[in-house]
Ligand binder design. Structure first.
Ligand SMILES: [Zn+2]
Length: 123
């Protein structure tokens, strides 16, 4: 599953060459027959996977935006929780099932964070 920002992409389902368009600063590849698409040369996926990844980001991003983790710490915590190597644990590469599981993992990470904060307060 390689990122291919320069060259063309082939549809993983039917194998035909995806149609590349450039609009509003985005590079988009589309297979109209299979209803798959992606941005910036990522592997093509269906709309449900895109939606699941958007949801995953909405669950995950507050960890580093509001809860005091550095962005890389947040990804590290997620990779430990979800059981994927760090480099594979970017939401943009997740399958729909993995992306849908992120919300639950984030809840666990927050639970741990809150427990640590309470322990620090007791000292
Ligand atoms: Zn296709």
């Amino acid at each position: 599953m390689g990122v291919n920002p320069e060259g063309h992409q082939n549809c993983p389902r039917c194998g035909q060459r995806a149609v590349r368009t450039y609009s509003m600063g985005k590079v988009r590849d589309d297979c109209k027959d299979c209803q798959l698409h992606s941005y910036y040369g990522m592997p093509l996926v269906d709309q449900a996977t895109h939606d699941a990844r958007i949801e995953a980001h909405q669950a995950f991003d507050p960890l580093w935006q509001f809860h005091g983790l550095a962005r890389n710490e947040a990804y590290k915590a997620l990779s430990v929780e979800i059981g994927l190597p760090l480099c594979d644990c970017h939401i943009g590469y997740m399958t729909k099932e993995e992306a849908l599981s992120v919300r639950g993992h984030v809840a666990n990470i927050l639970h741990d964070l809150n427990r640590k904060k309470k322990q620090e307060r007791r000292r």
